[in-house]
Design a protein around this ligand. Structure first.
Ligand code: BT5
Length: 261
């Protein structure tokens, strides 16, 4: 493959909708999350080839070697009163559909913000508010070799390349991601999460799995219609609005649903 670039001259001709305008490209930046002025129009997008301080949630780091991944942030302006957390799910769905179309392989959403391919995390989403805007950051692992993926992550990582050994141009993937995100955000604006619920529920990675949430063991019932995670615990059912979920290895699970006698 020739030079795989995300410069405006390679990406802008592929954009078909509102998202991606204006398109701000940097070879290197701390984090694309810092590059969007909240006064820009909805759909403004910041992209770089490498981040020196890429971030995940709760102060965690997002790591990708130069030139291998999609690292982008998109400015959104949800109407007042809408739950920003839902936009993480919308962004996750957009990334999931884009990866699925590119690979032909099924993807899943691990609540609240991971996109899974072959049971590994291939993309992550971070929704942050800035004035009355939301900056939605999406990182997709595209051409990283196995040795370039983070080691020791709680959720093992994958890239598209690590799954099918095909090297892909990132510009068409980015254009597809922006188009998909625009379509899903428009649907969400009109119909809320309800309009995306079937798509979300059918990709629910945690459903039925033994999990640990904030130190408590539970079985994930699944993502509910408001985008929360429903859990079945020893004390009964409860809903989680946000939090950290880890999957408990199956031979270590408490078997809450069918207790051993
Ligand atoms: C996320 O956080 O998954 C949100 C990631 C958002 C990244 C994008 S890139 C463009 C934009 N600019 C930014 O600075 N951020 C956004 P979280 O669920 O907290 O996951 C972070 C954890 O995932 C880390 O602690 C690592 O264990 C792991 N990790 C780091 N880099 C990874 C990668 N490339 N692939 C898979 N896992 C990774």
């Amino acid at each position: 493959m020739g030079i795989d670039s995300l410069r405006p001259s390679d990406v802008e001709p592929l954009l078909t909708g509102r998202f991606g305008h204006p398109y701000l490209y940097l070879d290197s930046c701390l984090s694309t999350q810092r590059e969007l002025d909240p006064g820009l129009t909805e759909g403004a997008c910041a992209v770089c080839d490498v981040q020196t301080a890429g971030r995940g949630r709760l102060g965690r780091a997002w790591e990708a070697p130069p030139g291998r991944a999609l690292l982008c942030s998109i400015l959104l302006r949800p109407p007042p009163g809408r739950r920003v957390a839902e936009l993480s799910l919308v962004g996750g769905l957009a990334a999931a559909e884009t990866v699925e179309q590119a690979t032909g392989l099924a993807t899943q959403i691990k609540w609240p913000n991971d996109v899974m391919l072959n049971r590994r995390k291939v993309a992550g989403v971070l929704a942050e508010t800035s004035d009355d805007a939301v900056v939605l950051g999406i990182g997709v692992n595209v051409n990283q070799r196995r040795s370039e993926l983070p080691l020791g992550a709680r959720t093992p990582a994958a890239s598209l390349y690590s799954v099918d050994a095909l090297e892909r141009g990132r510009a068409p993937l980015l254009a597809a991601l922006l188009g998909e995100l625009e379509r899903l955000v428009d649907l969400w604006l009109v119909r809320g999460l309800e309009g995306l619920y079937h798509n979300l529920a059918s990709r629910d990675f945690l459903r039925g799995r033994a999990v640990e949430v904030d130190g408590e063991r539970a079985v994930a019932v699944g993502i509910d219609r408001q985008g929360r995670l429903e859990l079945k615990t020893e004390q009964g059912r409860r809903l989680v609005e946000s939090g950290e979920v880890s999957v408990v290895p199956s031979d270590d699970s408490p078997l809450l649903l069918s207790k051993r006698t």
